[in-house]
Write a protein that binds this ligand. Structure first.
Ligand SMILES: [Fe+2]
Length: 198
């Protein structure tokens, strides 16, 4: 398992991954992403995510869970994007983080994810300003200094699957604590599988 993990910090374009047949909906989205020549805009990402209308069936081949942490499963990558399927078991949550130079769009494909948004206070400690559940079908786009946390707060056995686009790829982010002003450098891990890199 460990051999399949890599730090998402050294993107290369020489993918040797196997080619997988994918749905037309996913292909439409990947074609848009492959055509990017610069960072995606919030409006562009929002529109393409809505138009693609990707469902859980379209990403079934990339859905993998872990008992100990949410998993970031790579679907496809390019110079200006990462397309990922994130899988969350009950109780799993992301760190409180920003998006450090990337535009991030996500769509909930299964279950209900909870997004909590934060503001930075004068004390340099983050403060939650809103928490809202996003059921399957909902989507959101955020960027740069926006600080949030995503969680699966549903009962045990209820999973969440979300489709995420980061443009450009999010190789690092700042993470925050509720109890002090320390800001940490976090490099999210991406799980590749045979078929990612379609
Ligand atoms: Fe995020």
């Amino acid at each position: 398992m460990l051999a399949n993990w890599r730090a998402a910090q050294s993107w290369t374009n020489d993918s040797t991954m196997a080619t997988r047949t994918i749905s037309q909906k996913l292909r439409t989205l990947v074609d848009y992403l492959d055509g990017l020549t610069e960072r995606a805009t919030i409006d562009g990402l929002d529109a393409q995510l809505r138009a693609a209308n990707v469902s859980i069936d379209d990403v079934a081949a990339f859905v993998r869970f872990n008992d100990h942490r949410y998993l970031r499963n790579l679907v496809c990558e390019g110079p200006w994007y990462h397309l990922l399927v994130l899988c969350w078991k009950s109780g799993q949550r992301s760190p409180i983080h920003n998006h450090a130079g990337s535009t991030c769009g996500f769509k909930v494909l299964k279950g209900e994810v909870t997004e909590t948004r934060f503001d930075m206070t004068p004390a340099k400690i983050v403060h939650p300003v809103s928490t809202h559940p996003l059921p399957a079908g909902e989507l959101a786009v955020t960027q740069d200094a926006d600080i949030h946390q995503m969680s699966n707060l549903q009962a045990p056995s209820l999973d969440v699957v979300t489709l995420h686009i980061y443009s450009p790829p999010l190789f690092r982010m700042d993470t925050y604590s509720l109890t002090d002003s320390k800001v940490s450098d976090f490099r999210p891990m991406v799980l590749e599988s045979a078929g990612s890199g379609i």
